[in-house]
Design a protein around this ligand. Sequence first.
Ligand SMILES: Cc1cc2nc3c(=O)[nH]c(=O)nc-3n(C[C@H](O)[C@H](O)[C@H](O)COP(=O)(O)OP(=O)(O)OC[C@H]3O[C@@H](n4cnc5c(N)ncnc54)[C@H](O)[C@@H]3O)c2cc1C
Length: 500
Amino acid sequence: MEKTDVLISGLGPVGAALAVYLGRLGISVMAIDRDTSVYPMPRAAHIDHETMRLLHLAGGAEAVSQASQPLSAYEFRSRDGSLLMGFKPGEVTTATGFPQSSMFHQPTLEHALRARLGEISGVSARLGHALKSYSASDDGVVAEIAGPDGAYGVETQYLVGCDGGQSAVRRIAGIELDDMGFDEPWLVIDARLKDGRERLTTIGLQHCDPRRPVTSVPMSPGRHRWEFMLRPGETPEEVVGDEFIDDLLGPFVDPASVEIDRRAVYRFHAVIAKEWRKGRVMLAGDAAHQMPPFLGQGLCSGTRDAANLAWKLAAVLQGRADEALLDTYQAEREPHVRAITEMAVFIGKVVCMQNEKEAAARDRDMLSKPEGERFVVMPDTIGLASGVQRGDVLAGTIFPEPWLETGEGRKRLDDVAGLAPILLFRDGGEAAASSFRAGGGFAMALSDPSLLDEGDRVKSTLADSEAVLVRPDRYVFGRGEARNLLAAWNAYLASGTSPA
Ligand SMILES: Cc1cc2nc3c(=O)[nH]c(=O)nc-3n(C[C@H](O)[C@H](O)[C@H](O)COP(=O)(O)OP(=O)(O)OC[C@H]3O[C@@H](n4cnc5c(N)ncnc54)[C@H](O)[C@@H]3O)c2cc1C
């Protein structure tokens, strides 16, 4: 029987990112997908800057950057076009240096991640191989896989279900879903713009018309997305027809000026798995949570799952951490996902109002507030509440990424540090830095001339502290004396409990 350290079932964006991370960390990975090509139907169109940084570490951000465009605003307008509420990008440069919000085309990312997978030794990616069943014990998991040449078994230390909303891994583990009470049918249409047009607009729009709520957003240059809520009584079969779609598009664009690329009816819902880990079996991405797409955060959240889980699995498998560290995966990720899902449901309920009287009351209520309170700067991504030092306001925030001047030109810090934890320190922190390096960390003195601290962002993060320790998923772990930070980090790896 074949053996691997980690078996990943599902090579969507989350499984592929996880496989790249683990492979880069030196873990042997078998990653399977039942399909031979990437999912063809319309899905993610928006990606945030934190996810771009994490995907840069997985080798997928460049392809997205080259085929994406920033969003200039996200507006919610009433039936008559009044601005009910909206978000505009912040003026400041993001901590990661990537645009706060980019509009893209999910298959571009998936192809890039799969190509990257092929370059990493230790990762065996198998398309057309489906997970059929598995049995898990305290010592490992034995999985049965159906491949093109028949069924075969695999012994693995850990199994991660990245197998999407209908996850077989979740079902076999008997893990239930917490239903957060949202379930609405929408038709999603992706179109290519004809005549070489790059975009219709740079603004994302929620047209909150109770007769038919509509979403309209740019995607990668040359593509546009429309989403139409189904009216009561309408069936998926009838709304995907050409004539029906032309009628729907008519008020927004000349249907003859676009070519429909993909169309699908989805039920937008909000569910979170009650357990993300059962012994040696874990869930990530849509297998662990699904949310309505009004904030464009499903794939972003799944990527954060992969970035949170990968280094923990590697540390446990390589004997640098206790298995208890794996318990922090759900403890750290679920509150983050839950907060975003609650926000997405809240916005979904505003958008999906189909009762005319309720929608009129909503509009009156919103329009009674000054525009400055309704059209606000896009909130930044939320940070991590546990798994970081308590009592430090910057612990759990995204560490600003500096550039380094290297012999091979300017590089991002992440390109040099890879997926290691990072210690940046002032004079006095050298001894701790040496032992940090010996444990596989990346340490650098603030005085190192290759560190290009533009805008003094790293210095201001350190403030008066001797050092800052950054987790491999790029959240600030804590600041303070280097040796104390190192002790707290080691204690966290050894016990999985949040440092005091
Ligand atoms: C209309 C719509 C709009 C969206 N917009 C956004 C957005 O703007 N921004 C955003 O961040 N997110 C968005 N999302 C969500 C995003 O698309 C998903 O969260 C993301 O695709 C989840 O990735 P995943 O890898 O977890 O799962 P999936 O992409 O579903 O991949 C799962 C993979 O598992 C494979 N698989 C399933 N069963 C098995 C098995 N038994 N054996 C082997 N392989 C198996 C499947 O073939 C598939 O390739 C949107 C979703 C929808 C529907």
